[in-house]
Ligand binder design. Structure first.
Ligand SMILES: [Cu+2]
Length: 171
């Protein structure tokens, strides 16, 4: 490969990296960030809360909010639909059952249109008398907010690799 081709490939890669960094930096702070949760993360409670809520640093869109509470038995322990009020998303909780870890999963839409999802857990220390809702399926467990940069980096590597391959086989 000639020096010229090598330089061209290098500058293309650098441009792609710079673009990826710019895109990532642009979206990193734009959407809603969680500022507090109730019950607190990893809190130990003797009785279940009537509601669970997550508060964000800006108002959320009121549509398409999802929030579930999954118990140590793998069942859903929420009752009713999630509610969005300003920066707070919350959902009602049934009287809880087995002692152990309960995980709250949520998916909300920021004012800028970005979907933010995540989860936290709290622990019930004494068995309650409640009965569960239906079994939670895997789709209800919202994954953590997926960062964009691994995909951008992957695309850069693929594009860069293709360019280098082409240059190598042309000369
Ligand atoms: Cu955003």
């Amino acid at each position: 490969m000639s020096l010229r081709a090598r330089l061209a490939a290098m500058s293309l890669l650098l441009a792609a990296v710079a673009l990826g960094v710019t895109l990532t930096a642009g979206t990193a702070n734009a959407h809603a960030a969680r500022v507090s949760v109730d019950p607190a993360e990893n809190a130990a409670v003797a009785t279940g809360p009537a509601r669970v809520r997550a508060t964000f640093n800006e108002d959320l869109q009121t549509t398409f909010a999802a929030m579930t509470v999954v118990g140590p038995d793998g069942n859903l322990w929420t009752s009713g639909q999630p509610q969005v009020q300003g920066p707070v998303v919350s959902v009602g909780v049934r009287p809880l059952g087995p002692a152990g870890s309960y995980t709250v999963n949520y998916r909300v839409t920021s004012a800028d249109g970005h979907v933010v999802s995540g989860s936290w857990s709290f622990r019930l220390t004494a068995r309650g008398t409640g009965t569960p809702g239906p079994a939670a399926n895997a789709a209800d467990n919202a994954p953590d907010d997926v960062p964009v940069w691994p995909f951008a980096l992957g695309a850069i590597v693929l594009v860069g690799g293709a360019v280098l391959w082409q240059m190598r086989h042309r000369s």
